[in-house]
Design a protein. Structure first.
Length: 450
């Protein structure tokens, strides 16, 4: 990485922007979990209707359109306080915009204009979050103002997960079948299946997206707590870290996400590689963690594999359909978000219908052709590679936590669809902009003995 330019301190307008931006991302974690592709389906559009009462505003999910208006107002302030100097290679800065432009080209050739319009709006919001993070959080102190509202919202999300596990799910089922279900014209089968499950999803779209959100947000939040020496004593930091980390691991376990378990294990092993002690001791510790994690996974999900791992088999069916669609329409695909249209034509009678591919990279190829796949993959790989190289004095601290969270997000996209969920995509793109915008700069505090 070239030598970074001198970084000025954050002005009060920049601090206010960072706080409001963090509040928006925190709000996304709590209120914008529904995929925009649902808005284009008559069966699911009513689930994206705007709240009409105070209780609905407090308890229900909000349609993405509300988020777009909030982000638009935030962008006006972001432009006013932006610091346009950056230490990132220009090709990486341009890639998200190039990818979004190609999505617009693919949308012009779409097989369903309504789905593609809703998806394109969501993608544009994600790219906007990236540039707000890149140019709005690249001053000293600004990232700290950004992160505390995110951490507070994350704590609320974990509390909601605990509430679901300890009785909230049963109460929700009773309310739904007593008061809501009789008023609906039609209910998606996957929603009824979700209501019957004991897996928690907290404020997320479904359990696997809760797991992805935890793995994205937990590493930087824990790192932030660890280095908050001026705000908390050693004991207070240990207590906060234990509550947040333990709560997150509890919610991850109760989500029942098999991929989330394995990703948590992988991220944990990567973080262990950064510990500063002998190579032999490090290998022993990694071996013990790996053995314990895999043994726990085998014990927890033995019944799932004995039953034939139906969700894994279904994913292979989705992936094959997406690949065949990409080969058939290699340039522009079928249009952003339209996998459900192409899959309906080739779905086997015994297979469950799917709206998304459960692999963001393959869906990019299916929806926007191989150019869309290449542009998006180049951005993700470039982000992880350049972001890690720009960590500076060793891979530690909040920025390393950011990188770990983004690594988990990129890996989960191989088996899920985090790119199509606002509550995951908007924070991930904001984190990506923050990580790149502060590459080589001193945000993390030097490591000292506590």
């Amino acid at each position: 990485m070239p030598n970074p330019p001198a970084t000025p301190p954050a002005t009060w307008p920049a601090k206010i922007f960072a706080t409001l931006f963090g509040a928006f991302i925190g709000l996304a974690l709590l209120k914008f979990s529904l995929p925009p592709v649902f808005a284009a389906s008559p069966m699911t559009a009513e689930f994206l209707a705007a709240p009409t009462s105070g209780w609905e505003w407090l308890l229900a999910q909000w349609p993405p359109a509300i988020g777009y208006w909030l982000l638009g107002g935030l962008a006006l302030l972001g432009v006013a306080v932006a610091r346009w100097q950056t230490n990132v290679q220009r090709w990486l800065i341009v890639l998200p915009m190039a990818w979004l432009a190609w999505q617009g080209i693919a949308a012009a050739q779409t097989v369903n204009a309504e789905i593609s319009r809703a998806t394109l709006e969501h993608f544009a919001a994600g790219v906007g979050c990236f540039y707000l993070g890149l140019f709005g959080l690249n001053r000293n102190e600004a990232p700290g103002f950004f992160l505390w509202p995110v951490a507070a919202a994350f704590a609320v999300m974990l509390a909601a997960g605990f509430n679901q596990h300890f009785g909230g799910l049963e109460e929700t089922r009773h309310y739904f079948y007593t008061y809501v279900y009789p008023t609906l014209k039609a209910v998606p089968p996957e929603y009824l299946k979700r209501m019957a499950s004991d897996r928690i999803s907290s404020t997320s779209f479904y359990p696997n997206s809760l797991a992805g959100t935890i793995l994205l947000v937990l590493p930087p939040v824990l790192a932030w707590i660890r280095q908050a020496r001026e705000q908390f004593t050693v004991g207070a930091r240990a207590l906060l870290g234990g509550l947040v980390g333990g709560g997150a691991l509890g919610c991850l376990y109760w989500s029942g996400s098999k991929g989330g378990w394995l990703l948590a294990l992988a991220v944990g092993l990567v973080s262990l590689l950064q510990l500063r002690f002998s190579r032999q001791a490090k290998l022993v510790l990694i071996g013990l963690v790996l053995a314990a994690g895999l043994a726990g996974f085998a014990w927890k999900y033995a019944g799932f594999f004995q039953r034939g791992a139906t969700s894994v088999v279904a994913r292979f069916d989705y992936w094959q359909a997406a690949w065949d669609t990409a080969v058939g329409r290699p340039v522009c695909g079928t249009g952003p978000g339209t996998f459900t249209v192409s899959y309906a034509k080739v779905r086997k009678p015994e297979s469950e219908m799917a709206r998304l591919t459960h692999n963001d990279y393959l869906q990019q190829a299916s929806d926007s052709g191989f150019p869309g796949l290449l542009l998006y993959s180049a951005f993700v790989i470039g982000l992880l590679r350049v972001g890690y190289a720009g960590l500076g004095d060793g891979a530690t601290g909040v920025r390393f936590g950011l990188w770990l969270g983004l690594l988990a997000w990129a890996l989960q996209a191989l088996v899920e669809f985090p790119l199509y969920i606002p509550s995951v995509t908007w924070p991930a793109f904001a984190f990506a902009g923050w990580l790149l915008g502060t590459a080589g700069k001193r945000f993390d505090k030097p490591r000292t003995a506590d």
